[in-house]
Design a protein around this ligand. Structure first.
Ligand SMILES: *Cc1c(COP(=O)(O)O)cnc(C)c1O
Length: 473
C-alpha cells in the first residue's frame, strides 16, 4: 500500500476530503466530510492583516511603558539577531561535544550572573520568576529534610508579589504573613514575634514592591540565620541594585533573577522568560540538573548532584532568553551599574515631580520604582485609579501597574527604567498633571477615557462575564 506521502502530488498534496483516494487505512468515520473553512486569503492580504493588528497594539516601540514591578526596559534589537544565529539552532539532545558553543555561552552566563548576585552556584533551568521561586523553595525544603529538620513555615511580608506565597505553598510550606511598618518596610518586631524553630525561611524582595530599600535587611538576615532559617531573595527588582550591592552581601541564601525583566528580553503577554536560581555553597548540591560545568577542556552538562531536587524543566531552560541576557551583559559591561543608577534617578525624579498632584503613601527616597495612590482623586472627584490608567492611554503611554501592591489602596506603581530620556519623563509628568487637573475640572472626560485608542472604554463586567473573542474589522 502506498503511504500518504507517496501519493501526494503537486503543492496541494493529498486531498483527505476526497474519499475516493485509497487511504483506506484511515477509518471512514475519521475522514473529514467537508471543508474546514480556512479563510481564502493571499499572502499579501494575510501580511496586511497582521500588520494592521500589530498597529493596534501598544508596545515599547511606540511609547513610554512605566509598568511597575515588570521592568519594561529597552531591549536592544541586536539581541534578537544574535539569539537567532544559525549555530545556536541545535537539538537539545545533541551530544555535549557537538554543543560546545552553546554550553560555553551558558557557562559564561552562569559566571556573570554569579558575579552580579555574589552567589556560589546557579541553575539556568527555571523559565520564569515564579518558576524560580518554586525551584528555590523546593531546594530549601529538601535541604531541611536532608539535615533532619522538620521546618514547616515560610514568612512573607504583606507587600510581597502574590507568586511568593503561592510558590511557598506549592513547595509544601505554610505561609506566615507579616505586616510592613510605617516606612513601608518589614516590621522587625513583627518578624521576631513569629520567628520560631518551625520557620524554614523568609521570602523578601529588596528593594521591595513599594520600591523601597529594606534598611533592616542585615539585621533580618542575622536574626534568620541565628534561628537556623534561610533567606530567599525575589530578584524581580534587581534592576535597582546591579553592581551596587548584591543578595549575598545582604545575607540571602537563595535568589532568582528574572532575565526577562533585568537582563533584556521582551516580555508581556506571557512570552518566554527565564528565572535562573543562584544559591550559596551549602545548597549547591540541591540545584536542579543538569548544571553546565567546565573541566578545563570541555563544557558539559552535569546530571550528578548529590541532593538534586531533580529537573524542573526539559533540558536547560529557554535558551534564546539566555542568549539575549548574555549579549546584554557583554554589551553593557560596567555600564550595568549605570543602568541601575539611572533607573533609580529616573524614578526619584518622577516621584518628586508628581507627589504634589497625587498622594504618596510612603514619602521615602525610592529605588527604581515608587507607588502613588489615587485615593484623593477617588474621594474628591470620583475618579478611580483605573480611570486614571485608562486616561493615560490617551497620552500615548502604557498605564502603570495599578492596584498592586495590595497594601496601598488605589495604587499606581510607576517604574520608568533607565532607558528613557528626561524629555520623555517630563512629557509623562505633564500628562499625569493634566489628568489630576481634569479629574477636578472635567471628571467626565477621565471617567469615559480612553478616547483615542482603537478600542474605547469597555464595559468591564460584560467583558469579564461574556468575553467576545472575535476580531471584527
Ligand atoms: C514579576 C515578579 C515576579 C514573578 O515573575 P514572573 O517572571 O512573572 O513569573 C515575582 N515577584 C515580583 C516582585 C515580580 O515583580
Amino acid at each position: 500500500m502506498k503511504t500518504i506521502f507517496e501519493k501526494s502530488s503537486g503543492v496541494d498534496g493529498i486531498n483527505l476530503t476526497d474519499k475516493t483516494t485509497d487511504v483506506n487505512f484511515i477509518p471512514q468515520n475519521l475522514l473529514r466530510e467537508g471543508s474546514i473553512g480556512l479563510p481564502q486569503l493571499s499572502e499579501l492580504e494575510t501580511m496586511r492583516h497582521y500588520k494592521e493588528l500589530s498597529d493596534l497594539n501598544f508596545c515599547i516601540e511606540k511609547g513610554f511603558y512605566p509598568l511597575g514591578s515588570c521592568t519594561m526596559k529597552y531591549n536592544p534589537k541586536v539581541n534578537e539577531f544574535l539569539s537567532s544565529l544559525e549555530g545556536f539552532n541545535i537539538h537539545p539532545n545533541s551530544d555535549d561535544n557537538l554543543a560546545q558553543g552553546s554550553l560555553k555561552l551558558m557557562y559564561n552566563l552562569q559566571k556573570a550572573l554569579l558575579e552580579v548576585t555574589g552567589m556560589d552556584a546557579i541553575t539556568l533551568q527555571p523559565s520564569a520568576g515564579a518558576h524560580g521561586e518554586m525551584t528555590g523553595m523546593m531546594i530549601i525544603k529538601k535541604y531541611f529534610d536532608s539535615i533532619g529538620e522538620n521546618r514547616t513555615k515560610v514568612i512573607i511580608p504583606d507587600s510581597a508579589h502574590g507568586t511568593n506565597p503561592a510558590s511557598a505553598k506549592m513547595a509544601g510550606f505554610d505561609v506566615v504573613e507579616i505586616k510592613s511598618n510605617s516606612k513601608g518596610q518589614v516590621d522587625i518586631e513583627a518578624l521576631k514575634a513569629v520567628l520560631d524553630k518551625d520557620v524554614a525561611a523568609i521570602m523578601m524582595t529588596n528593594p521591595n514592591t513599594l520600591g523601597i530599600f529594606e534598611e533592616g535587611v542585615k539585621e533580618i538576615s542575622d536574626l534568620m540565620h541565628a534561628n537556623g532559617s534561610l533567606l530567599y531573595y525575589d530578584g524581580a527588582n534587581f534592576n535597582a541594585i546591579m553592581g551596587w550591592t548584591n543578595p549575598k552581601l545582604m545575607g540571602f541564601d537563595v535568589v532568582h533573577l528574572n532575565l526577562h525583566k533585568t537582563f533584556s528580553t521582551p516580555h508581556g503577554g506571557g512570552g518566554p522568560g527565564a528565572g535562573p536560581v543562584a544559591v550559596v555553597e551549602r545548597l549547591k548540591d540541591y540545584l536542579p540538573t543538569p548544571v553546565v560545568e567546565f573541566d578545563g577542556e570541555k563544557y558539559y552538562r552535569n546530571y550528578n548532584l548529590q541532593h538534586t531536587i531533580g529537573s524542573v524543566k526539559d533540558f536547560y531552560g529557554n535558551f534564546s532568553v539566555l542568549v539575549r541576557a548574555y549579549t546584554y551583559i557583554l554589551m553593557m559591561g560596567k555600564n550595568l551599574k549605570n543602568a541601575s543608577e539611572n533607573a533609580v534617578l529616573n524614578a526619584n525624579y518622577l516621584k518628586e515631580k508628581l507627589k504634589k498632584y497625587y498622594d504618596l503613601p510612603y514619602d521615602e527616597p525610592c529605588m527604581h520604582e515608587f507607588v502613588l495612590t489615587g485615593e484623593r482623586q477617588k474621594h474628591e472627584n470620583g475618579v478611580s485609579t483605573l480611570n486614571i490608567a485608562k486616561a493615560l492611554m490617551d497620552g500615548n503611554t502604557h498605564p502603570p501597574t495599578v492596584y498592586f501592591p495590595l497594601i496601598v489602596h488605589e495604587a499606581i506603581m510607576i517604574e520608568p527604567t533607565e532607558s528613557e530620556s528626561k524629555e520623555k519623563l517630563d512629557e509623562f509628568v505633564e500628562t499625569m498633571i493634566q489628568i489630576a487637573e481634569e479629574s477636578k475640572t472635567n471628571p467626565e472626560k477621565i471617567l469615559s477615557a480612553p478616547h483615542t485608542t482603537p478600542v474605547k472604554k469597555i464595559d468591564e463586567v460584560t467583558a469579564a462575564r461574556k468575553p467576545d473573542l472575535k476580531y471584527i474589522n
